[in-house]
Ligand binder design. Structure first.
Ligand code: 0A1
Ligand code: ZN
Length: 867
């Protein structure tokens, strides 16, 4: 039996629901294997729906125990029920209540969707379609109801009982049980429903909103780990403050709870008033978490909190509109992090991750518009395109209309759509209304897949002191042009040129809304270098032929930090793709001058300048016949050369930063920046002189006082074969044997060693007592890191790397299809390899295709990947 390509759900087929549900009263009796859910649903026909339709409620893996309509048992001939749904053949055409009693087994729920147990804690995940695994329901985001939830459990098993909204009452039931009732006054779609029950410790604080509401904010974690929850709690408070200041959005309940759980498919979830988090994005102590972990915790806490307005108060009409909440909320969390940290450094980080994940996605078989028009499995559309390109669209909108109009448009969007399930059209309509502009051409960004290419060509006429810049856009798919905001300026030998006029520019931005345009600059006193797409003003690929000298002028002199960084990246990338010793040395000289001048003034920025483009970026630039071994070797030799030429300076940086980085740990951005530069220097020294590097890294490991430095030293050492590495790895593994989140880092470092023995290492590590196929973090640490961040070994010419990942996909699929499908996306660029590797990937993918009973998640990714 072969798995067929699953059927598609299409945007154009959207119809309002035939019925609505106004109120949901739940009584949940938690039990490890037989949890009973009694749901009283207040239903009514939808005036906008089909008046003759039967009532079909979604279900998934449910056992129906009882069904009553308006208090009387429903006769068997009036309905049909199975694990996958419940149909009432002749539903009343008036308001009525349905009581459903269902039973589920949370312990057996390995998909981690619906109600499940992780380390003894009951929790739920309902986005996108998990509520139907709790009770039969109209499980679609445009059906919004007011929920009251009573939770009952054994007191010893679940002393803490949490639900959405505000706590109403609680008390004992008999001698060993208890209950709690929660009421959420804000109508919400089922995907935002949550309950939690378990033994949990907490930290809490209170926050007074701009409206004067006192909110109790709490973060719940595994008992004993309360001292690692403080940073997350602080991030909650900072997020609340910021959303008031930046967007005028206050919180709207009396409590805001965050719960950390060990097994979670994604990063976190914005359930109303009860955010549930992967514990990796909550728990932090200097000894166990890196600077990057702290930054991610801050960003994800903010992201989920900001969903309270962009997602919960205003939700999505249907799942095609996912970017409406995700793109917007990513944009909001990016702005928050930029305000909390260094804006340019954060922007560079955003763009690096866009290029690492979204550009390849948009160039391969899994590409899709930011608003897809069809899907087989919605859980496969929580993608870099929906999230990150979606955020770029919001950013471009702000660039186009200006900060003030953007804020006015946001206010209008929230005011007009509060309590509604909205669409991308509703979002754009708010900005069109406040600006009086027609945004229909801009809206094409939501519809057109693929990364546009922006080509630029400049000509200087010294006699006329005129510079002419031709810009053109090309799109991977035919169609009308996009509206591309191009922030730009001209840079002379001494810095940005002044006294230059160009009427086509508005606030330094040219809006390219045609296939091509010519910009004329007057009063240009010397031959300039154009600095284009400043601050990465649009998610496009830029084709601009510049000499190394001109690029290095941008590095030295441009006023735009993003383009200074970009200039160094461009030179480095061209050297990785085609090495030239003379150019490499000139590049090293320029880096040296840069480091001398400003490394210590802005260490975080300097660290980014030293971080060369990744092997993935080089592969993405090549686009075809990719040989990861050749890219790896080229990048390695460039780094070795830079390390040797810059050795003295790198040692100087190391010494200069030693006192500041060896003191007490603080996760703030400035301190983190110093650590990142010092660790970047160490890594480059090691690239130039592995022996000295190994010695230095070993010393650093022995005196590290925090996880950032410890892990950086270990990562450097991991690249250098030898006994020192093996000893360091073993010591680290023992030291943190009781720390699963730290062992994840240890798994990942080993899985990304670019050596053939890594395959055996991974096999060995799967037998490590801390490894588990049922915890997604463990699987991601060991296997997804290998697939996504070890290009030479994943794409080995003999196919063994592909085969290893293929085996994991197959083994995971029956238990947790979402995680299996995500792992399979590592093959998204398989057609870009040279032919031996391409054949190996094809063979592996076709092998999975033959497996009987694949999940819809995996079958969908596989079908599209092979298309
Ligand atoms: N809305 C969440 C993402 C999310 C989606 C699906 C999940 O199911 C396993 C979990 C979380 C966010 O954007 O953070
Ligand atoms: Zn989100």
């Amino acid at each position: 039996m072969r798995t067929e390509t699953p059927p598609l759900i299409r945007l154009e087929d959207y119809r309002p629901s035939a019925f609505l549900i106004d109120r949901v009263d739940l009584d949940i009796r938690l039990d490890p294997h037989a949890t009973r859910i009694t749901a009283d649903l207040a239903l009514r026909p939808n005036p906008d729906g089909d008046p003759a339709a039967p009532l079909h409620l979604d279900g998934d893996d449910l056992i129906l125990v009882a069904i009553d309509l308006d208090g009387a048992a429903l006769p068997a001939e009036d309905f049909a029920a199975g694990p996958g749904g419940l149909t009432l053949h002749r539903p009343p055409r008036r308001p009525f209540t349905l009581r459903l009693v269902t039973q589920v087994d949370p312990t057996a729920n390995t998909k981690l969707m619906g109600l499940y147990r992780t380390d003894g804690v009951y929790c739920t995940q309902c986005e996108a379609d998990g509520f139907r695994r709790i009770t039969y329901f109209l499980d679609r985001p445009d059906v919004m109801a007011v929920y009251t939830t009573r939770i009952e459990a054994r007191r010893d098993e679940a002393p803490v009982l949490l639900g959405n909204g505000n706590p109403v009452e609680s008390g004992p039931v008999g001698t060993d049980r208890h209950y709690a009732v929660w009421h959420d006054p804000h109508p919400k779609p089922a995907y935002l429903f949550a309950v939690v029950g378990g033994r949990l410790g907490k930290v809490e604080t209170s926050f007074r909103t701009m409206e004067g509401r006192d909110v109790t904010c709490a973060v719940y974690v595994e008992p004993g780990k309360e001292d690692r929850a403080g940073y997350a709690l602080d991030a909650v408070v900072r997020s609340m403050e910021w959303d008031e200041r930046a967007f005028g959005r206050p919180y709207d309940l009396d409590v805001f709870n965050v719960v950390a759980v060990a097994a979670f498919n994604m990063g976190a979830m914005e359930n109303k008033g009860l955010n549930i988090f992967n514990d990796k994005y909550v728990l932090a102590a200097p000894e166990t978490a890196t600077d990057a972990d702290y930054a991610a915790i801050e960003a994800i806490i903010a992201h989920e909190y900001f969903h309270n307005w962009s997602g919960n108060r205003v939700t999505c009409r249907d799942w095609f509109q996912l970017c409406l909440k995700e793109g917007l909320t990513v944009f909001r969390d990016q702005e928050f992090s930029s305000d909390m940290r260094s804006r340019p450094v954060h922007r560079i980080g955003e763009v690096r991750s866009l290029r690492a994940r979204q550009f390849p996605e948009d160039a391969g078989p899994l590409k899709h518009p930011v608003r897809p028009t069809a899907y087989a499995e919605i859980n496969n559309f929580y993608t870099a395109t929906v999230y990150d390109k979606g955020a770029e669209i919001v950013r471009m909108l702000k660039t186009l209309i200006g900060a003030e109009a953007f804020r006015a448009g946001m206010d209008r969007y929230f005011a007009e759509n509060d309590g509604r399930a909205a669409t991308v059209e509703d979002f754009l309509a708010a900005f069109a209304a406040v600006t009086g502009r027609d945004l229909s051409a801009f809206a094409r960004w939501y519809e057109r897949p693929g990364t546009p290419r922006l080509t630029a060509e400049g000509r200087y006429d010294p006699a006329a002191r005129r510079y002419t810049l031709k810009l053109a856009q090309t799109l991977p798919v035919e169609g009308p042009p996009l509206v591309i905001p191009v922030a730009l300026g001209l840079v002379g030998a001494g810095g940005p040129l002044t006294g230059v006029t160009c009427p086509a520019l508005d606030g330094g931005v040219f809006v390219l809304d045609r296939p091509g345009a010519e910009l004329v600059f007057e009063g240009v006193a010397e031959e300039p270098v154009p600095s284009l797409l400043r601050d990465f003003s649009a998610p496009v690929r830029l084709d601009l032929a510049l000499s190394d000298d001109h690029r290095l002028r941008l590095l030295a002199r441009d006023s735009d930090p993003f383009n200074r960084w970009q200039a160094a990246q461009d030179v480095a990338l061209s050297l990785i793709l085609a090495f030239d010793p003379v150019r490499a040395d000139a590049f090293a000289q320029a880096l040296g001058t840069f480091l001398d001048g400003e490394a210590l003034a802005d260490p975080a920025f300097a660290a980014l300048v030293l971080a060369l483009p990744t092997e993935g970026e080089a592969a993405d630039a090549l686009a075809r016949d990719v040989d990861p071994d050749a890219i790896h070797a080229a990048r390695r030799s460039l780094r070795a050369r830079l390390g040797r030429v810059l050795r003295a300076r790198l040692e100087g940086i190391d010494a200069a930063l030693a006192p500041a980085t060896e003191g007490a740990y603080s996760p703030d951005a400035a301190s983190a920046g110093r650590r990142s530069l010092r660790n970047a220097a160490l890594d480059l020294i090691a690239a130039g002189d592995p022996e000295a590097g190994a010695a230095l890294a070993t010393r650093r490991l022995s005196c590290a006082t925090n996880m950032t430095d410890r892990l950086a030293a270990l990562a450097t050492l991991a690249q250098i074969p030898g006994e020192a590495r093996e000893e360091a790895l073993a010591a680290f593994g023992e030291r943190f044997a009781a720390e699963p989140l730290v062992l994840d880092k240890w798994f990942a470092i080993q899985a990304t060693i670019p050596e053939p023995e890594t395959l055996d290492r991974i096999e060995r590590l799967t037998r490590h007592p801390a490894f588990s196929m049922t915890n997604p973090n463990r699987v991601r640490a060991l296997v997804a890191s290998f697939a996504m961040a070890n290009p030479t070994q994943f794409a080995r010419a003999d196919g063994a790397g592909f085969a290893l990942v293929g085996r994991f996909v197959r083994a995971l699929d029956p238990a947790n299809p979402q995680v299996a499908a995500r792992l399979l996306t590592a093959f998204g660029s398989w057609r870009r390899y040279e032919k031996t590797r391409r054949a190996a990937a094809s063979e592996m993918l076709n092998g999975i295709k033959g497996v009987p009973g694949l999940s819809r998640d995996v079958a969908d990714i596989l079908g599209r990947t092979l298309q």
